[in-house]
Design a binder for this molecule. Structure first.
Ligand code: ZN
Length: 482
């Protein structure tokens, strides 16, 4: 009897001591804030919700593109340091390049690896990678998806909204058959009347089917050996290209809206390509007007735009004044990608208030803004958005090209901007709350203290994809904070 009492007493003392020792997640973060390696471990383990801004081909590492090029019998243009599908002349077979000094050069050319910026800008090098690996990325949609979801899953990201055009060029080709200079209505009517658009959409859906199937089999989903990527929910934001001729861009938009209307995997549209390019800058308003025309016809399809991915000097000062504003006010974008030049926009305080009021979220890509625009630290508007209560989510744009991951972006948010655990947690929750997942939110009015369901959240989550992913995230956060 006496012995059992002693044991009980010991157990009691131990658990009290454990309680006293148990740190909250916030204390754990503060304890490692100045220790980069331990901070990395903390942030990697932290559930990070979703990545809302990444380009599928940009998620992939150069090593994979080189391997696929070799497997496919592709070649390397060792002048341009680019992968080419057709081997001719003095081109080097990719298989040979794997074990030659060209391999290291190619890894650098296809990414920001070891980038020094002496002969070329980060901006030019970053954007040029996409065409250099284009031949390999076009042929490997499914493999790219497998690599992306597995890597994101491995760093505790549960949701991936990836920017990708599953039509692989088919939509823009339709544009070249349209009457040049025709108005929006007649161009859309032409597209809807023909059979070519249906074929392009069917082909795009097949690409997504194949990618989905590849994830399932290659990651062994649904089996006891299921890999980390299996728990990642994926949605596609269809990319349209702002630097191509008007009719081709319009055709891409119509295909995107039509595709998203019939395929629940495609949830939104996003215009891509360098915002400072000649066509992007000179036809910016045309793109806004296209959105203004098409959005009411497809009210359920969501819009995020690359806007304000600009910096002083990159374009004339006038060019920094209206891209975010017009995207919000004319295109009615629900999210802004980057938003770096916000402080230079006309009447920025009012624009920030509008964004906060309407819940227009900003996808913040710290490394991308650093390497492409040279904007970092005190020059970055992240604190400005936070101060003005504009919803913010951190995104990777893009882990393969920049050779980073989403954890890295969280680390920058802590090290460069001093964010606390509570602030990071809010950004994590934002990444699902402001995602384009269908269905209702788990929360009322974006208030993470107020749930839309009380007793039977599981039943509610069953009916709403967004709430389902949110409920999963809340459980994971609670587990992490234990
Ligand atoms: Zn982007």
């Amino acid at each position: 009897m006496q012995f059992r009492r002693v044991l009980l007493l010991i157990a009691l003392v131990v658990s009290v001591a454990q309680l006293a020792l148990a740190q909250t997640a916030s204390e754990r973060l503060e304890a490692v804030r100045k220790d980069p390696l331990r901070l990395r471990q903390f942030l990697e383990a932290m559930p990070k919700g979703g990545d809302l801004h990444n380009h599928l081909s940009g998620d992939v590492y150069a090593e994979s593109f080189m391997q696929w090029a070799a497997n496919d019998g592709f070649c390397i243009d060792d002048d341009k340091l680019a992968i080419v599908a057709k081997c001719e002349g003095t081109l080097v077979p990719a298989a040979t390049a794997l074990t030659s000094p060209l391999y290291q050069q190619m890894l650098d050319a296809l990414s920001m690896r070891q980038f020094k910026g002496t002969m070329e800008s980060g901006h030019d090098h970053f954007f040029a990678t996409f065409s250099k690996f284009g031949a390999a990325s076009r042929a490997h949609a499914a493999d790219m998806m497998v690599e992306a979801v597995q890597r994101f899953g491995s760093e505790n990201v549960d949701y991936l909204e990836t920017i990708y055009a599953p039509d692989r060029g088919g939509a823009s080709r339709l544009g070249f058959e349209l009457t040049k200079g025709a108005d929006f209505k007649s161009m859309r009517d032409q597209l809807l009347a023909g059979t070519s658009m249906k074929a392009v959409i069917a082909d795009a859906r097949k690409t997504l089917d194949d990618a989905e199937a590849a994830v399932k089999t290659q990651l062994k989903c649904g089996t006891p050996d299921a890999m980390a990527g299996c728990r990642v929910d994926v949605r596609i934001v269809d990319e349209v290209h702002r630097g191509i001729p008007r009719e081709a861009l319009f055709a891409e938009l119509v295909v995107g809206f039509e595709l998203a209307s019939i395929d629940p995997r495609v949830v939104g549209i996003n215009p891509v390509m360098p915002e400072d390019g000649y066509v992007s800058m000179t036809t910016f308003n045309d793109l806004m007007q296209m959105f203004a025309y098409l959005r009411p016809l497809y009210p359920n399809i969501r819009i995020s735009t690359h806007a304000g991915e600009l910096a002083p000097g990159l374009v004339p000062p006038e060019g920094l004044r209206f891209h975010i504003r017009d995207s919000v006010m004319i295109a009615k974008a629900e999210r802004i990608g980057h938003g770096v030049d916000i402080a230079r926009e006309t009447n920025a305080p009012e624009l920030l208030r509008t964004m906060a009021k309407r819940g227009v979220a900003v996808e913040i890509c710290l490394t991308s803004n650093d390497v492409i625009l040279g904007v970092r630290g005190k020059d970055h508007p992240l604190p400005m958005y936070l101060r003005n209560h504009v919803p913010v989510a951190l995104a990777s744009d893009d882990p393969g090209v920049s050779r980073i991951d989403l954890t890295n972006e969280f680390q920058r948010a802590v090290e460069e901007f001093g964010l606390t655990y509570a602030e990071l947690k809010k950004l994590v929750r934002n990444s699902i709350e402001y995602s384009f997942l269908a269905g209702e939110s788990l929360f009322v009015n974006h208030d993470y203290a107020k749930r839309a369901c009380t007793a039977s959240c599981d039943a509610f989550a069953e009916k709403n994809a967004k709430a389902r992913v949110q409920l999963k995230l809340e459980k994971r956060l609670a587990e992490f904070e234990k």
